[in-house]
Design a protein around this ligand. Structure first.
Ligand SMILES: Nc1ncnc2c1ncn2[C@@H]1O[C@H](COP(=O)(O)OP(=O)(O)OP(=O)(O)O)[C@@H](O)[C@H]1O
Length: 292
C-alpha cells in the first residue's frame, strides 16, 4: 500500500520542523528520504510511526488515514527501525527481536512457533543468528544496528521505516542491509529509508524524496532527482553525476567547494581549465575495477 502525506505540518519549540509536506511513497518500492542534517527526516519518520503527532495534515496508508487506526493496529502495519531505539541492553538479541512480534501476540502475550520462526528468519536475514544469545549491551554498533533492523522485520509490517540503515555498518554490511531493504520492497513492502549517502540512494531507491528545512524540494525517480544542481542547491557541494561502471546506476561524485581549487597566494600556478562535466564516466584502462 502506498503512503500518502498531505499538507503534513509539525511544530516544535515555536519552530515549524515539517512544513506542509506533500508526498506519495509508492507501494512495493524503496523510497530514499534524503536531505541535510536537521532537514526533518527523522521527524517525518516519527510522525508516520506515531512517535509524534502531526499538528496538521493527513497521512494515509492505502485508503486509510493512519490516525484512524488504533495503536495496536498501527503497530502491526508500521515498523520503525532507528539507531537510537530504546531497548533494555540486558535483553538478549533474540528477546529484543522477539519484541517485534508484540503487536501480533494474543491476549496473553504468548509467542507461538510461528512467531519464533519469524524471529529466527529475521535474525538470519540480518546475519545476527550467530550472536542471538548475547545481551544487547555486549554488541558493537554495527551488530546492534542489524538487531534493530531485525526487530522491525519481525514485526511483519506493511510499511517499514528505517532511519539511517547503514549507520555503523562496514562496507560489505552496508550493501547487505540495502539489498535486504530492496528485496523486502520487491516482495511488496513499502519501505522508506532515511539515507545520507546519495550514491546509496541512487543505487537502491526506486523513488527519492528530498527534504530541506522541513520542506520537500524534489521527489521522483533517482536519475531525475539526483542532479548536480540539486546536490549543490541542497548540500552546497560540487557534484557530478556519473554512471556507475559496475551497475549502470547514477553515481554521485562530490567535492567540497575548496577541493581542486587553485592554491592561494601570488606564486600559485594558473590552473588548467577544469574538464567539462561529462554525463558518463569511462574508466581509464589502469582503473582497478576494470583490471579485476
Ligand atoms: N525535541 C525537539 N525540540 C526542538 N527541536 C527539535 C526537536 N527534535 C528535533 N528538533 C529539530 O528539528 C529539526 C529536524 O530534526 P531531525 O532530527 O528530524 O532532522 P534530520 O533530517 O533527521 O537530521 P539528521 O540528518 O541530522 O539526523 C532539527 O533542526 C532539530 O534540531
Amino acid at each position: 500500500m502506498s503512503l500518502d502525506l498531505s499538507r503534513v505540518r509539525f511544530d516544535r519549540a515555536g519552530r515549524t520542523i515539517i512544513d506542509d509536506v506533500d508526498a506519495t511513497l509508492p507501494a512495493g518500492a524503496l523510497t530514499a528520504l534524503i536531505g541535510p542534517n536537521g532537514a526533518g527526516k527523522s521527524t517525518l519518520l516519527h510522525l508516520i510511526a506515531a512517535v509524534e503527532r502531526a499538528d496538521a495534515g493527513e497521512l494515509r496508508l492505502g485508503d486509510r488515514p493512519l490516525d484512524a487506526m488504533r495503536r495496536r493496529e498501527r503497530a502491526k502495519v508500521v515498523a520503525l527501525a532507528e539507531p537510537q531505539a530504546e531497548v533494555d541492553g540486558r535483553l538478549t538479541v533474540e528477546a529484543s527481536v522477539a519484541l517485534g512480534r508484540t503487536p501480533h501476540l494474543g491476549a496473553f502475550g504468548v509467542a507461538g512457533p510461528r512467531d519464533r520462526a519469524i524471529v529466527d528468519d529475521a535474525l538470519a536475514a540480518v546475519g545476527a543468528a550467530s550472536f542471538a544469545r548475547r545481551p544487547l549491551d555486549s554488541l558493537s554498533g554495527g551488530e546492534r544496528q542489524r538487531v534493530t533492523l531485525a526487530r522491525a522485520i519481525a514485526q511483519e509490517p506493511t510499511l517499514l521505516l528505517v532511519d539511517e540503515p547503514t549507520n555503523h555498518l562496514d562496507l560489505g554490511s552496508q550493501f547487505v542491509a540495502l539489498d535486504l531493504l530492496a528485496g523486502l520492497a520487491r516482495d511488496g513492502l513499502t519501505v522508506v529509508a532515511a539515507l545520507h549517502d546519495l550514491s546509496h540512494a541512487a543505487a537502491y531507491a526506486d523513488h527519492v524524496v528530498v527534504l530541506a528545512a522541513g520542506r520537500v524540494v524534489a521527489a521522483g525517480a533517482p536519475a531525475d532527482v539526483l542532479t548536480a544542481e540539486l546536490v549543490h542547491e541542497v548540500y552546497g557541494v560540487r557534484a557530478e553525476v556519473l554512471v556507475h561502471p559496475l551497475t549502470g546506476r547514477p553515481l554521485i561524485a562530490v567535492a567540497s567547494p575548496g577541493v581542486g581549487a587553485a592554491p592561494a597566494g601570488p606564486a600559485a600556478p594558473v590552473p588548467a581549465a577544469a574538464p567539462a562535466a561529462s554525463a558518463a564516466w569511462t574508466p581509464a584502462p589502469a582503473d582497478p575495477v576494470r583490471r579485476g
